[in-house]
Design a protein around this ligand. Sequence first.
Ligand SMILES: [Zn+2]
Length: 849
Amino acid sequence: MKDSAPQTVYLADYAAPGWLVDSVHLTFRLDPETTRVVSRIAFRPNPEGTQDRFYLDGENLKLIGATIDGQPVTPEITATGLTCPVPDGPFVWEADVEIAPAANTALDGLYMSGGMYCTQCEAEGFRKITYYPDRPDVMGIFSVRIEGDMPVLLSNGNPVASGDGWAEWHDPWPKPAYLFALVAGDLVAHSDRFTTTEGRDVALNIWVRPGDLDKCAFGMAALKASMVWDEQVYGRAYDLDLFNIVAVDDFNMGAMENKGLNIFNSSCVLAKSDTSTDADFERIEAIIAHEYFHNWTGNRITCRDWFQLCLKEGLTVFRDQTFTGDLRGHAVKRIDDALTLRARQFREDAGPLAHPVRPASFVEINNFYTATVYEKGAELVGMLKRLVGDDGYRAALTLYFDRHDGQAATIEDWLQCFTDATGRDLTQFALWYAQAGTPQITVTDDFVDGTYHLTLAQMTPPTPGQPDKQPLHIPVAVGLLAPDGSEVVPTRMLEMTQARQTYTFADLAARPIPSVLRDFSAPVILNHTQSAADRGVLLAHDSDPFNRWEAGRMLARDVLLAAVRDGKAPDPAYLDGLRATLTDDQLHPAFRARILALPSEQDVADALVRAGETPDPERIHSARRQVRQAIATALDAQMDAVFATMQVPGPYDPRAEDAGRRTLSNTVLSYLTLLDAGHRAAAQYEGADNMTQQIAALDCLLDIGAGQEALAAFRAQWQGDRLVMDKWFGLQIARSDPAETVTRAESLTRDPAFDWKNPNRFRSVFGALAGHMAGFHRQDGAGYDLLADWLIKLDPLNPQTTARMVTAFDAMARYDATRQELMRAALTRIARTPNLSRDTTEMVARILG
Ligand SMILES: [Zn+2]
């Protein structure tokens, strides 16, 4: 055995595989304690290979025996793989290994969840199933035989044959090992069919535990809508006779796009009106679409190596965002995506974990399934589309599919398709993939004799390992409004390529009001000082819905900052603007709800940090409450009227129209509850016939310190539903008074229903704790200690989830010296834990610097 000390892997060290795989035959003899995996793999030397030693990855495997071309061999085995002398030409490798699925608590490889067998192989889980070149650029044709006493035995591709206690599968499409999947369990299917544009009749199944069969209809409808959309918008049809989705309770991620056999965290597929909120329905629809879209962007064209992860994830997120926009409205979707990006990715970029969309190195690839790779990766695709136009984008994507189908590609391959299809030079744009950090654009302007000059200056702050940044190629969409709010210059796409550029607009009658970065045309922070009056005009009149919302957002931010800094009451002009928006029936209710929702406490902290100040979480919490109270008092009558008119009659429908009305009525309810001692919320709770209304009412009640009775009733009603109980755990922490957040979380860890080994349940408590800024950052450090205790406890069982939750500490540097000291102590305590996983070790080290 060799020492397996964590090693850093570098993009620059990429070496083409020395051997390629033609076919893989796997036989599984399932048993919880000792599963046997027999593999027969046909290898041939890769003429372009740059590795001269035959090497197979393998971890936690017991090798029973191995042969090459039928002759027994004795490989040299290490903790991470094996080597063996091999013939010069093609050969057949056979191995018999033993693994223990029931002992696999990391939920990576083959493991058990609630009595069923399932797999998770991305990124490097297959090496825990058998010895294999576990890298995405080795693609093979898989045939699988499963033997086990489970009624349902599933793998990738199409079914070949089956009998009592066995089933055989064949996947005709070559794939890397990370797309392998196997499921065996006592499952039932919600089934349907779909005929593709190419005339293929596809059987569709969503496999669940018997009690969940009534929660599959929505997911099935979302799957069919995704299949239609990908045919119509991208010209991509499905390519097997069968598409299976399986819901699994114990799952580290949201879902996984295994070829023909997607495996989902049950929270991301099961939906029913009395147990799922509007937000759940929208999220489930998007995740089903995302995983389905991977069939082309990820599976048919995969990544050469894990540094190219954004190639499949950024593009597929962009595709699912567009899909949701098409179904539910682009304006609100763009706002929600910008909110997510700012809350997750901009914060990641601002801290010690900042990394490029395509990182240059990693220790544990599981730590790079990040907002930067996914969400910023999607923004890069959106910018490319803006730069080349809709037709150029379509041509580039068609070329990409034609040229790289069946291949493992790189970002360079991807950008080359855009250049070849449109003639655009994207050399400078490629920097977006390599340079970390959120660019800031500072706007200045002047107006002389009818000519308006708009000057944009870009700057990307230093990030770990990248002190000096170069100017980026940035599309900045700009329009100009006259002082009366009419549009004098419609949207123009300005392309920044230098550090500082001035754009000229001639023949204007009056000094215009600029609307900059329309539709959030680039993932940047805009430093643009505008008067409250100009922002008021944009809020009332901007033809670009995103910037209309953004103007209101900036006004709200300034109101909150004034409240935090000086205890100031909201500016009456801001309240007038809100009132006008709230009562404007021409605006979509969901859009009005987005304008009424204040920036979060974290958003206020971000703004203070950018202004060079140290945020005080408790002060931000109380100042924001004061502002909410003032808004409620000022808009009481209008809110009361809107609350009444936005009630949705008739049976529940999760689609955007009704969901938008509920969003607005519940946003208004959260304000009204501050004035009516919870009367309306209590009535809504009593009368609710769907989860959206029920939990919104409970949320409002908890927010004013009431709702303990409702909380008990909620538990009594839903204790048999694990997904709803996750909400019960999370909500009471999220809505607790900051002084009680930690004790509430701590007492919930002693609840008999707190199954801490289940990632969803763990996150429902500790994700809510870490997300409660004022509660988590309690001055005595009790929040840090509680989280550290539990991460130390979870790490030996589930390194992936532990490492991901360590990021709760990544904002350390923005707080005062006392809090920094306490966070550092908690992290150091985690770091010193004996046998800490590679995942968590890497994350703690990066945060501690
Ligand atoms: Zn994905």
